[in-house]
Ligand binder design. Structure first.
Ligand code: ADP
Ligand code: SF4
Ligand code: MG
Length: 381
């Protein structure tokens, strides 16, 4: 499990007086109408992101990460999808914007890269043309200037002999190079916001690290705000400033990367960390997957949506029935949506890490009793 977050920065960058955050999402709800009934894929999600910062959104498959990114880009089909809440980008309202305005924003102000570049790249056009076209469309540059810009972008993302390779078709590129080409395409108009949805999932570990490094370098140059979406806490460990953990369409924990990875507070985050390998893991020690499966969003469980998979309801003040009846809210700022007390949440990871024989984070020493005492119910002591 990742225990040493790579970025030191905690909390958002200071904004100039009067500046709001670059991206702000407030009470986002996305509901699909299906034959089986309404699917509440995102259910009251709020977060903010500043320029030059990376927010990691983490959660198992089906937790609503991609649906969130498509909502920000305004890409849901209005015939089958109801989107409510508020999305503001660079001081402009995205929710309710006309399709024509959204098209202008996409590529120009906000852009996206996906897990599989082949779904985004056309097999029939050269890589160079596919990078040049959006540049021409959004800036009105000449064909020649756009071609030059495409070559410049390919060089920037580390494609060797970029002028020559601009004439290649996607199938002539390796998986890692295709992902680099897609990053070039996404950043060609210098968008303020880049949404990277599982950008490295299809790549081997070495190429994964190269792509994340590249995103970090490009961000340093241009101050892009990045939403990095992944099911893999190892990916956000070195790349994100802040982390939002999602479960069943809701945010269940939020904090700086150092806080969430070093001293996680939500039992679901503990489970994610326990099931994530890292370089320090003992290869002989089995990873411990979270038992059970994520709930159906057609009929999510009442109360805390994690309760059918959680081992901690008996520790909650008021008894386990509270977890299945009362939905815990995520507090503002650093925190977790869980009925355990703040002390129990703090002690919980120490106990978990102690049980797993893990080292924990340098900032979270594992108590001699593994923190178990704090997790005990009042009556147990
Ligand atoms: N167009 C759709 N119609 C109905 N349900 C959908 C649609 N798109 C996504 N969902 C459901 O929404 C939930 C969240 O999906 P998604 O955001 O893709 O998850 P992930 O976190 O893996 O990216 C899933 O249960 C998925 O089945
Ligand atoms: S509220 Fe209850 S079920 Fe939900 S995570 Fe906390 S202890 Fe577990
Ligand atoms: Mg997804």
């Amino acid at each position: 499990m990742p225990t040493t977050p790579g970025r030191e920065a905690a909390g958002p960058a200071p904004a100039a007086p009067g500046d709001g955050p670059f991206l702000s999402v407030t009470d986002l709800r996305v509901r699909f109408t299906t034959e089986d009934g309404p699917v509440r894929a995102v259910d009251g999600l709020s977060f903010t992101l500043e320029r030059g910062r990376t927010l990691g959104i983490v959660g198992e498959s089906g937790s609503g990460k991609s649906v969130t990114s498509l909502a920000i880009l305004g890409l849901h089909d209005p015939r089958t999808t109801t989107v409510s809440g508020r999305i503001r980008l660079g001081g402009r309202e995205v929710t309710g914007a006309r399709e024509r305005d959204l098209e202008r924003l996409r590529g120009n102000t906000m852009s996206m890269i996906f897990q599989d570049p082949l779904t985004a790249l056309s097999p029939y056009h050269t890589i160079g043309r596919q990078i040049a076209e959006p540049y021409r469309k959004h800036t009105g540059a000449s064909k020649r200037a756009a071609r030059e810009r495409a070559v410049e972008m390919l060089a920037k993302v580390g494609i060797p002999r970029p002028r020559l390779r601009a004439g290649d078709y996607p199938h002539q590129f390796s998986g890692g190079m295709r992902q680099r080409a897609m990053i070039a395409m996404a950043l060609v108009c210098d968008p303020g916001l880049l949404i990277a949805d599982e950008p490295t999932t299809a790549l081997d570990v070495t190429v994964q690290a190269q792509i994340l490094d590249l995103l970090g370098e490009l961000q340093q140059e241009s101050g892009t705000a990045i939403v990095l979406i992944t099911h893999d806490l190892g990916v956000v460990a070195g790349a994100a400033d802040n982390i939002l953990v999602m479960y069943a369409g809701r945010a269940v924990e939020r904090g700086s990367a150092a806080e969430v990875l070093g001293a996680p507070r939500h039992p679901y985050t503990w489970g994610l960390l326990r099931s994530t390998p890292d370089l320090d893991s003992d290869p002989d020690e089995p990873l411990r997957p979270i038992p059970g499966t994520p709930p159906s969003l057609l009929a999510p469980p009442p109360g805390c949506p994690f309760h059918p998979r959680c081992a901690f309801p008996p520790r909650v003040a008021g008894g386990p029935g509270r977890c299945s009846a009362e939905r815990p809210e995520l507090p503002e700022g650093r925190g977790a949506a869980c009925h355990l007390t703040a002390d129990q949440q703090r002690a919980g990871w120490s106990a978990e890490a102690g049980r797993a024989g893990a080292t924990g984070s340098a900032s979270v020493p594992v108590p001699a009793d593994g923190g178990a005492d704090l997790l005990r119910k009042e009556g147990d002591r």
